[in-house]
Ligand binder design. Structure first.
Ligand code: F6P
Length: 531
């Protein structure tokens, strides 16, 4: 029996992949299609209305076999089962990780505890439905009796990025008379500029914070409270019909003054960056309606079931995770890009930055040891075709290889045939050009395109709530698979704590005497002198 704790680098598959990487320079993606005419079909998979083509990768059949073996030799299967069963897999915070339960149906439960959990989630979602329906119908009135026309979601990180992305992505379904705004940054210019444009009598503020302790959110909330008093003389606006609280910490929200019946709760086991499916998604339900919100949950559930049940070699999140590991751990890619050919997915890269980099930016294993291999990828991106006229130069002719996820909707009812044909044509041309490259005419080396640049292409039939839900759940599970193989805790975020503590020290009464490095002290006094 082998009682050595798991490490990915001790698996036979890891060694095989290291060997394969040493001769990976010989792989020519375009040639792989010549030797295997079935490659495009073989290296593609479908979940519902999502189609992933992963054939344009630096991936031979034997490397693919080794990557699948890595998944088999890792703890993926047991971790996946533990997550869905509600075990406390977030070990440093001693918490379960159950965002998938937010979109589960009673038939998914295998025991009484799970049934009870799903029933509780349904009750909490019913509150989201009741509140959003009332606002959308025009029955939720401000303190002077006027109908709500503007919702301001104040939150940051997961309490902002998911809802903001979903509202933008699903604009096609948006309520025509209710505007949804998002305030996250503690930069006062953001909220003060927005408030100038709003009518306080018709504005509702949703304070979205899992903990209800976040500095930025509470300061922005105070600014909104002051605005109501200054503009319409409403004192303690947080206790009026102009505020709702979305939180896993109702006690804090009550202490803040939010009326209990205006607090929409969710469970502690929902991580901040996984919370758009919970009451944190109230702004989404207000914007697109609860029925569409439920379709988004249904799409995510479809991906959950696929992730749990599909064989590894056709399991979309597993495939994307393994490719990411191949590029970062073995081919030493420095970053990865996500390029949606859909302007409504402009915020997807920033959303994925939190999901991926806050989850997997870790250097301590689950056994409490320092890792001796790379973990979380550096993720960035922008929409196409805009990116083509900005950074694609580097992707085609630069010295680095950046694996890309291209994402597009096959149909778009908000666009027209002409635009959409050109948009998709550009995306296909880019992934093809990146792979095939081009030789340079004699004496014109600067026109050389090396090619052999890898990419995935993910096609959604259309950007519907259901497909959007499936897309987000796909990336959630991809991040989970990578964290599991890397043997790290993808569900804590201790790395953000030190900066928060030091900001509090800098802003506290003893800032002048606080122990800071000389550069920071000099900057502090330079700013003080400039004021
Ligand atoms: O500081 C990081 C973080 O904890 C994120 O994980 C989270 O999404 C964000 O802050 C906001 O936290 P809260 O929802 O508790 O205000």
């Amino acid at each position: 029996m082998n009682d050595k704790p798991y490490s990915p680098t001790s698996t036979p598959a890891w060694s095989n992949l290291q060997d394969a990487a040493s001769s990976a320079a010989d792989i020519n993606i375009a040639e792989l299609f010549t030797t295997n005419p079935q490659r495009a079909e073989q290296y593609s998979t479908t979940v519902g209305e999502l189609y992933l083509d992963f054939s344009k990768n630096l991936l031979s059949d034997s490397i693919w076999t080794d990557l699948l073996a890595l998944a088999e030799q890792s703890q993926l299967r047991s971790h996946r089962a533990a997550m869905f069963a509600g075990d406390n897999i977030n070990s440093t915070e001693n918490r379960a990780v159950l965002h998938a339960a937010l979109r589960a149906e009673p038939q998914d439960a295998s025991g009484n505890a799970e049934q009870a959990r799903i029933a509780k989630v349904k009750t909490q979602l019913q509150a989201v439905k009741n509140t959003s329906d009332k606002i959308r119908r025009g029955d939720w009135l401000g303190s002077t009796g006027k109908v709500i026309t503007d919702l301001v979601n104040i939150g940051i990180g997961g309490s902002d990025l998911g809802p903001k992305l979903a509202c933008a992505a699903l604009e096609e379904f948006a309520h025509p008379e209710i505007n949804v705004h998002f305030i996250s940054n503690v930069d006062g210019a953001e909220i003060l500029t927005l408030l100038k444009k709003l009518d306080p009598e018709t504005t509702l503020v949703a304070l979205a914070s899992k903990t209800f302790t976040t500095q930025e959110t509470l300061l922005n909330a105070q600014t909104a409270i002051d605005w109501f008093e200054k503009t319409i003389g409403l004192k303690n606006a947080q206790s009026s019909s102009h505020f709702v609280g979305l939180t896993a910490n109702p006690a804090n929200a009550i202490a803040y003054g939010i009326p209990e019946n205006q607090i929409l709760e969710f469970a502690e086991w929902v991580g901040g960056r996984y919370s758009l499916w919970s009451s944190i998604g109230l702004s989404i339900a207000i914007s697109i309606g609860f029925e569409q919100f439920e379709k988004m949950l249904a799409g995510a559930r479809e991906m959950d079931l696929h992730f749990q049940n599909a064989p590894l070699d056709s399991n979309m999140p597993v495939i994307m995770a393994l490719l990411g590991i191949w590029y970062s751990n073995f081919l030493k890619a420095e970053s990865t890009a996500v390029i949606p050919y859909c302007e409504r997915l402009l915020l997807l890269p920033s959303y994925l930055q939190q999901l991926d980099m806050e989850s997997n930016g870790k250097a301590t294993t689950l056994n409490g040891e320092p890792v001796d291999y790379d973990t979380g990828a550096i993720l960035w991106g922008q929409t196409g075709t805009n990116g083509q006229h900005a950074f694609f130069q580097l992707l085609h002719q630069g010295t680095r290889t950046v694996p890309i996820d291209f994402i597009a909707a096959a149909k778009d009812d908000l666009s027209n045939d002409n635009h959409h044909r050109v948009l998709l044509g550009n995306m296909l041309a880019q992934s093809s050009a990146l792979m095939t490259g081009q030789t340079a005419p004699e004496g014109q080396q600067y026109r050389y395109y090396p090619g052999n640049k890898p990419s995935n292409t993910l096609i959604l039939n259309r950007l519907s709530p259901k497909n959007f839900g499936a897309l987000i759940a796909l990336y959630e599970h991809k991040v989970f698979v990578q964290g599991s193989i890397w043997n790290i805790n993808s569900f804590d975020q201790w790395g953000v704590e030190l900066g928060k503590k030091m900001a509090n020290e800098l802003l506290g009464d003893n800032a002048e005497t606080a122990e800071f490095d000389p550069s920071t002290k000099a900057l502090f006094s330079h700013i003080a002198k400039s004021n």
